[in-house]
Design a binder for this molecule. Structure first.
Ligand SMILES: Nc1ncnc2c1ncn2[C@@H]1O[C@H](COP(=O)(O)OP(=O)(O)O)[C@@H](O)[C@H]1O
Ligand SMILES: [Mg+2]
Length: 356
């Protein structure tokens, strides 16, 4: 007797998504169950290609189906379809599913570095990713990615974003020549943000990462007024001053009704290349403590590594130059958590609407 589809689904009902706290059948992740004698194949469609538990979930699902009587082999095909914020495909900017801002009050804590490596980590997992450098005061994303081209203007009058390492990139620095610093006033800034959202040929994006300037106020305000922001990633260093600044940023995002996806503690510690000794130069744990205080997720800690800085300076980020380095792995883990938080937010909105 060969196994039935119902039996396969029952087995898969025991596989939970740890972030969404439901089984994968209830979440409608399971598709295309095919039974050919003792060989069972099925598809699991996750809500992000950057799912941190993808491999474990595949192994568990295959193991549970293979354990059914009459099954010789079980094979899960893992795919992903990123949900738009709202879960219904509601998207204020056509084609862009999720807008994620990266910010905190202070300059120099690693916002741009985190934006770049987060975007690259998501792209490496197969997501379609854009990166918008909204730092009007010091737009340095093009340099970090080695981009020298200005955007071309297509037939539809839209700017075509230059690409680097699979990312589509637009920078405030592309609007103004480097030797002509201008003073951005509120309405101008608002106009520029609008233009970058609507007049850029972004195409289809799963995630648009927005790198915020220090002292986030204006750009965040413009963004939250123009488009639905799926969430904010807050970057801090362990020093208590920095943590105090982030406290302000968290207050601001709450006021603007932008969900906070979590906190990253950057430059958390240094591992000596010669003796492997770990030194906590700025102290350690400020980010995690703050996350607990504010009841927001802690997304991880990233060590200090000279390759992070040199990668940024040379236009070859550590995620590309040395993806196996601990700092790159840390950024990749942060990316997985960010993607999971976005899925959680999308589901939460969906559930609220369904039960309303
Ligand atoms: N984890 C890290 N290890 C080493 N250098 C880092 C790290 N994170 C950031 N940096 C360096 O610190 C400087 C400031 O980072 P940046 O991302 O530009 O900060 P922000 O955007 O917050 O102003 C840059 O030179 C960057 O290369
Ligand atoms: Mg920056």
């Amino acid at each position: 007797m060969s196994v039935t589809e119902e039996q396969v689904l029952d087995a898969l009902r025991t596989v939970q998504d740890p972030d969404l706290h439901k089984d994968i059948v209830a979440l409608q992740f399971v598709k295309d169950v095919k039974i050919a004698g003792g060989d069972v194949t099925f598809t699991i469609e996750l809500t992000t290609p950057a799912c941190p538990v993808r491999d474990e979930m595949k192994a568990e699902a295959e193991r549970k189906v293979a354990a059914l009587p009459g099954v010789a082999t079980a094979s899960a095909n893992m795919t992903a379809s990123v949900r738009a914020r709202g879960g219904f495909g509601r998207q204020a900017v056509p084609g862009i599913k999720n807008i994620i801002t990266v910010g905190a009050g202070k300059g120099g804590v690693g916002k741009s570095t985190t934006s770049v490596n987060l975007a690259l980590a998501l792209a490496r997992k197969g997501a379609r990713v854009g990166l918008m450098d909204a730092d009007v005061y010091g737009p340095n994303i093009p340099q970090m990615l080695g981009i020298k081209d200005a955007p071309e203007v297509g037939e539809d009058k839209k700017m075509v974003p230059p690409e680097a390492y699979g990312l589509k990139v637009i920078s405030m620095g592309m609007l103004v020549p480097a030797d002509q610093p201008i003073i951005w006033r509120g309405p101008m800034l608002h106009g520029a943000v609008q233009q970058f959202m609507r007049d850029v040929a972004w195409g289809e994006l799963d995630y648009l990462i927005v790198d915020l300037p220090p002292g986030t106020g204006d750009v965040s305000l413009s963004l939250s007024q123009s488009v639905p922001v799926a969430g904010a990633v807050v970057v801090t260093t362990p020093q208590s001053v920095s943590v105090a600044d982030v406290r302000k940023a968290v207050g601001m995002f709450r006021q603007l009704n932008i969900p906070i996806l979590g906190v990253v503690e950057n430059m958390s510690y240094f591992v000596c290349g010669h003796c492997d000794e770990r030194t906590e130069i700025f102290g350690h744990g400020g980010g995690e403590t703050m996350a607990k205080d504010f009841e927001i997720p802690f997304l991880g800690e990233v060590p200090i590594d000279t390759r992070v800085r040199s990668g940024g300076d040379e236009g070859r980020p550590i995620m590309i130059a040395a993806p196996e380095a601990p700092a790159a792995q840390a950024f990749a883990a942060v990316a997985g958590k960010v993607a999971a938080q976005i899925s959680i937010q999308a589901m939460r909105v969906l559930r609220v609407i369904q039960t309303a």
